[in-house]
Structures are given as C-alpha cells and as structure tokens.
Design a protein around this ligand. Structure first.
Ligand code: BGC
Length: 741
C-alpha cells in the first residue's frame, strides 16, 4: 500500500560506523576513477551524454531506481540515515546519491540538526534574503552530513486547504510569493552542490486520502495557481529534480501523468532535470516512464521489471537513455562530480542564530490593543506564563519534514490515533528568555491543564502570556481550523483556557505556535496576539525578543486566516471511501486560491493575506504608475511611492502591489504582482520603485489562454493597487492602464 509510510526505525546505520573512505565519497574511494571522467566542461548535458555512452544497460537501470531492494514500506536501511539512496558506480566514477528530506531542516533520520522555523514562517518574512539564509542552513547541514539530494521544496498552495497537516512545510497560498520564496530556498541549497527539488508535483493539497485523491481542476485554473508556483520555482532556481505526488489529477496518477510531466514540466517549462516518485508513488512499470517519470524511489517495486519492459518494446530504449541523461546532467549541474563532500560537524551555533533571525523576521503580530506590546522590561514586576510547555520547549512539525533538534527533541503524547509522527518539542524555553529580558519580574508558570489555576495565576500578575498550539504533521489533516484540544498528560481545551485567563487579566497576550491558520473565538477578549508558527531551534529567545520589542515584528501573513471553516471552498475536507478507490476532490475555486477566493466570494476573513502589525506606523504617499509595456525588450510597470516610518521606533514594512485585470477576463479581483520589504528608522522615509516585469517567470500581467495554450496579455483596462501600510486588504488605487487588442 503506497500510502503506508515508515514510522521510525528506518535509520539503522549511523555514519560513525562507516569507514571514512566511503563517507568521503568521490573525495575518497573514487579518486582514482576521477581520472576516467570526461574532460571537465561547463555543459552538464554534454558531460551526461559522454558518460551515458560509456554505460552498460545494467548500469543505466541502476541509476533510475532506489537502492532499497526489500519490499518493506518502512524500517528499511539506507546509508547515512538517508530517506533514499542510489548506489554509485565506482568503475565510472559516478557517485552514489544520498537523498534526505529537508523542508525545515535536515531529516531527523540523518542526525541532529538545526530546526528552522516553519517554511511558512520564512514565507511570512516576504524577504528573499531571509529565504536564501534559510536554504543555506539546510544546504550546509545536508552537505556536512554527506547528503547530496534534498527532498525539500514543498510549494503546494496551502490556501486551498489550510487544514492540511503539511501547511508548515509550504510557503502559503499565493503562487508568486510561494514560488519566489521556494526558488530562493532551492537556489541556496543547490549553491552547496546538492541537487535541489520542488515537490509535490502537483495539487497535493490535502493529506486525507492523499494516495487516491483525484483533483479535478480546469487547465487555466491550474496554470494560474499551483502550477504557477511550480513554474516560478523551477525557472528561478534551476532546480534539478522534481518529486511527483501520490494523488491523481483529472483522473491520472501524477507520476504517470504525461500532461503534467511531459507537456507542462518538460516541454512548456523546459525542465532539464529528473522526476522522481514520492515514496512508493508508482503503480506500474510502463506507464510512469512513458509519461515522463525518471526515477522510482525508494525501492524497485516496479522498475525492477523495467529492463524487461524495454526488451519487449513497451518502454523505448530512448526513454531509458533520456531518464539516465536527466539524472546524470542533474548531478553534473549541481556539482556532485566536481565538489566532493566532506563529512563534518554542522555549524550548530551559527545556524541556531540564523534560525532565530528567521523567526524574528517571520512572526506576525496580529493584534495589539492599546499598545499592549512591546512589554516594557523596566516596569515589569510580575508575569504569568501559561501553557504549551513554554517553560521548557517550543513545538515543531511532524512527518518526513521532522528535524531532530540539536540537543535532542522531547517526544510528547500522540494527539491523534492514528498519527504517523510523534509530537516533537524543541529545547528552547520562551519563559527563560522572557525572564532574561525582564530580570526583575516575578515569573510564574502554569501548564494550563487546570484553567482555574491558570486564571488565578493570571489574576495575580501584571500581564499574562498564554501559549497555545496547533500541531501539524504529514499523514493527517485537521478536521477544523479551531485549536484542537491539546493532548498532554491531561487534555487541554485551549480556547477555554485563553478565555479563562483573559477574564482574569485584561492584559492577556496570546502566542500561537501553529501549523497554519487557526480560529480565535477569544480574539476580542485578549489584548495582543502573536502568530509565532513553529518557531524553531531558538524559538524561545526569538519570541521573547518580539514581545519586548528588542525586535520589531515585521512578518505579514502569507496565508489568509479564515473566520470559520464554512468560509473555505470545501467546508469539510473530502474523505476517501477506502484505501484504494480514487475519489474526486473538486477544485471549484479554480485559480481563486486563498485571498482570491475570499475576494471573489465577498467573504471577510479573520485576518487577511498580507496582514501584519508593527510597533511603529508607516505611511505610503505620492504613489504613481509608469507604464513601459510598449518596450519590446523589457515590458514592465513601475510603481513608485514614498514609504515613511511615522512612528517612534525602527521597523520594516512590506509594500505590496496588486493588479486587477480587465473584468472581461473574469480573473480574481486582485492578484499580488510585486512587493518590497523596506527597513526604516523612526521619522525616515524612502522613495521606492517596485518594477513588475511582464517577462518574469510569474507572468504577472497575463492570464492563461486555453485557446492558444499560452500566457496572454488580454485587452482591456487594468488597475494597479498598493496595499495600505499595516493592512494589505485595504487597497489604494495607484493608476490604470489599457491594453488594446
Ligand atoms: C513524503 C515526501 C518525502 C518522502 C521521503 C513521503 O512520504 O510525501 O515529502 O520526501 O516521504 O521521506
């Protein structure tokens, strides 16, 4: 059953037991073979062809499937603790591939590593420099562990299904923001000479019945939403691998879907690298390769018969040659032949500091009545800290993206039978960090299991800081966006806990550690709310710095926070009838994902996409539009304005440019087409110009025309908007322009 996944125990060999010569890969055991390499060239295709010409059929077949020969779907053993492995061919100097997850840090099976804040927290920074740092941490640590293929780059658009248990791995709901952040991650990972990946291609937006869900979507809707996020990811990053997903699209399994793999990915987008299956996401020996699939992982359930399928003519020899060419060219392009890895300790302290910065730039301040925050350390005499193990740990996401934190994780009770993964807490104490910033305050902690005791503690303190959490993991979805009753030694109704504390103390601050959006029935009762996501290895100090204004919050929501489940396109997540029968998930919203759905339906969310407060205030003035669309070489729009920090402290604002297409095109009321994050000292202002290039991979001005099968600039009048400072949902019109037929 291909949706069965290993739980634990996959890793039975630790690198400490492996001789150094093997660990150093081509730097050690393969050195003599490197003399047999084709002459160095910058052309990975030419080098791949030269290598291919020297390979036997057996050697070719070895490269297109995982090295795991058992049929086990869990508990298998792979060198270096990797999730997958393709043995090298020493006689030709071809290094082995070691594949490991790494969406928010190095896969737990590989070894202890830096837990980065959720990928969605990084998207909330709206900052490609921060995204590059994020990818660099993952790439550096993978290479230090001797891993050379990263199974990261999750860019499924979660706004379609924000209850998806993998929301924390994604980059939110907007195809352009998600695509750009994902591309920055992949580029930074590949800069470490590791093959980067984007996944799960495509429309893998819910975990419920993920192996049998048949997504039904129209071509234009797909091209302008999930597929656009992938298109940007692959074009901007030059990603060398793609993972096809378990689910079906319009009736065809994605790993056998020629329209997705051959027509769109390899032809329209000119993707030169290779497509591998998600784990066991293959159902046939012939259909996948003929549809554009290049590698089966992690084992050889179907591809062990590929040689026979080629001999019989069912799969052409030219297809196998192309599969091998694509894998080899990815290895050359990423530098696997030219940059042998050195296994060494990860730079844990430096990377923890980056993890802290990522959290500080990605946390989103959602409410701050009467300037409750930042807390004034000098005047703090007593603070009640309540709930979510805030005395010792912060929460992390589960499943294949789980990282084993530096210092070891703490495993909590399962919140759901059946969960695949265990709840893992990261050793970083918000309470201790708060105490360090307010050394004179009397700090007390209540675990929240007794709401009355927590309320009594809150009543006796100057401020109460309640930590709530909503765990997320691969292999499960939430049934509701509401905070789940948190399972601990005693189950905790977290909504009731917040209300009880807020009733006892008018200065109640809520810190949310969640997979993604949550409902907040107590919102009007509390004075401040900070969305901290899963805050990573140094989550404690980062949260404390944000609460006390050592750092000014600057994150903006990359995903809409709905006011209820009923506002979603599918108020109830479609469920599979059984484990094998495909069932339809109708994407009635088409390209109207996330805020586009809310706009098109006239719905008011709890917090809109792009929203996030600061401890200072900003103004946007003198906005103007320059239309350079007639330029043949660089058709673009330029949106210019003055951004000023009108408050008393330094801060960063994200200016957001949206476009309304002509009504006749029936597009969403607005789409994000550009943004810039600008740091400003108090009283300072800056002239900003955001350029929107029509030739960019994001096709910002165009729609997908199914008649011509191409991105097309439609005729009619377009309107350019700037999101208001502090509330992107409030738009000011910058100008209009007309495209004539
Ligand atoms: C997940 C992938 C992951 C793979 C290997 C699958 O269950 O869907 O995202 O890369 O396992 O761990």
């Amino acid at each position: 059953m291909k949706n069965t996944k290993r739980l634990t125990g996959r890793v039975t060999i630790f690198f400490a037991l492996i001789p150094t010569a093997i660990l150093t890969g081509c730097g050690g055991a393969f050195i003599s073979n490197q003399q047999q390499q084709p002459p160095p060239s910058t052309d990975p295709d030419a080098r791949a062809d030269a290598m291919l010409a020297r390979m036997t059929q057996k050697q070719k077949l070895q490269l297109v499937m995982g090295g795991v020969t058992s049929n086990l779907t869990y508990g298998y053993t792979v060198p270096r603790g990797a999730g997958g492995w393709v043995p090298g061919i020493p006689s030709l100097g071809i290094p082995a591939l070691y594949l490991a997850d790494g969406s928010v840090g190095v896969d737990a099976g590989v070894g202890q590593a830096t837990v980065l804040p959720s990928a969605i927290a990084n998207a909330a920074s709206w900052d490609l420099n921060e995204a590059t740092k994020y990818g660099t941490v993952i790439g550096t640590e993978l290479t230090d562990y001797g891993i050379n293929v990263n199974l990261g780059g999750n860019v499924n658009l979660t706004g379609r299904e924000p209850r998806d248990g993998r929301t924390f791995e994604t980059k939110g709901e907007d195809p352009i923001l998600a695509g750009k952040i994902n591309a920055a991650h992949i580029s930074a990972i590949q800069a470490q000479h590791i093959i980067g990946m984007m996944k799960h291609f495509s429309f893998n937006d819910q975990e419920s019945g993920r192996a049998t869900a048949n997504v039904v979507i129209d071509e234009r809707g797909g091209r302008e939403s999930d597929l656009l996020a992938f298109e940007i990811s692959v074009k901007d990053s030059n990603a060398q691998s793609v993972m096809c997903s378990y689910n079906l699209t319009n009736g065809v399994y994605n790993c056998e879907n020629s329209h997705l793999l051959n027509d769109i990915l390899k032809t329209d987008w000119s993707f030169p690298g290779f497509v591998m299956t998600d784990w066991w996401a293959v159902t046939d020996t012939v259909a996948g390769p003929n549809a554009g699939l290049d590698q089966e992982q992690p084992n050889q359930l179907y591809f062990s018969s590929l040689g026979a399928a080629i001999a019989s003519g069912a799969v052409p020899q030219s297809r196998l040659d192309n599969m091998v060419h694509r894998i080899l060219r990815a290895m050359y392009a990423a530098g696997l032949f030219d940059y042998p890895q050195t296994i060494q300790p990860i730079p844990a302290a430096a990377d923890a500091a980056i993890a802290q910065e990522i959290e500080e730039t990605g946390a989103v301040l959602l409410k701050n009545s009467a300037s409750q925050l930042p807390l004034n350390a000098a005047s703090m005499q007593s603070i009640a800290v309540i709930g979510s193990h805030a005395d010792t740990w912060v929460l992390s996401g589960g499943g294949s993206a789980q990282v084993d934190p530096v210092g070891g994780g703490i495993h909590g009770p399962q919140p759901c039978p059946p969960c695949w993964a265990t709840v893992t807490w990261v050793p970083s104490s918000p309470m201790h960090a708060i105490q360090a910033l307010a050394p004179n305050a009397h700090l007390q902690y209540a675990d929240g299991s007794d709401a009355d005791a927590a309320a009594n503690l809150a009543a006796s303190a100057q401020v109460a800081i309640v930590f709530v959490n909503n765990w997320g993991s691969e292999g499960m979805d939430q049934t509701t966006l509401g905070l789940t009753d948190y399972v601990d030694t005693t189950p905790i109704n977290q909504d009731a806990l917040v209300s009880a504390v807020a009733a006892a103390n008018p200065h109640t601050i809520v810190v949310i550690e969640s997979d993604g959006p949550v409902l907040m029935p107590w919102l009007s009762q509390v004075s401040a709310v900070l969305e901290a996501w899963f805050p990573g290895q140094n989550g404690g100090p980062a949260i404390a710095n944000l609460l006390f204004g050592v750092v000014n919050p600057s994150g903006k929501l990359p995903i809409t926070f709905p006011a209820s489940d009923a506002q979603l396109p599918r108020p109830v997540i479609p469920q599979p009838p059984d484990d094998i029968t495909p069932f339809d998930v109708n994407y009635i919203e088409s390209y109207n994902v996330g805020y586009k759905w809310f706009d098109s339906q006239g719905l008011t969310p709890l917090f809109p996409f792009g929203f996030g407060l600061s401890y200072t205030t900003f103004s946007i003035t003198n906005a103007s539009l320059t239309n350079n669309l007639s330029s043949a070489s660089n058709p673009n729009l330029q949106v210019s304005f003055t951004l000023a920090n009108t408050g008393a402290v330094a801060g960063s604002e994200v200016a957001q440019v949206y476009l309304g297409l002509p009504a006749s095109l029936n597009e969403p009321p607005r789409r994000l087409v550009g943004w810039q994050k600008v740091p400003l000292q108090p009283g300072a202002s800056q002239s900003v110009t955001i350029e929107v290039d029509e030739n960019d991979s994001s096709h910002p001005l165009s729609y997908w025309d199914t008649g011509s099968n191409a991105w097309t600039l439609g005729a009619g009048t377009y309107t350019v908007y700037l999101g208001d400072a502090d509330n992107a949902a409030t738009l000011q019109t910058v100008g209009t322009f007309t495209v004539t037929p």
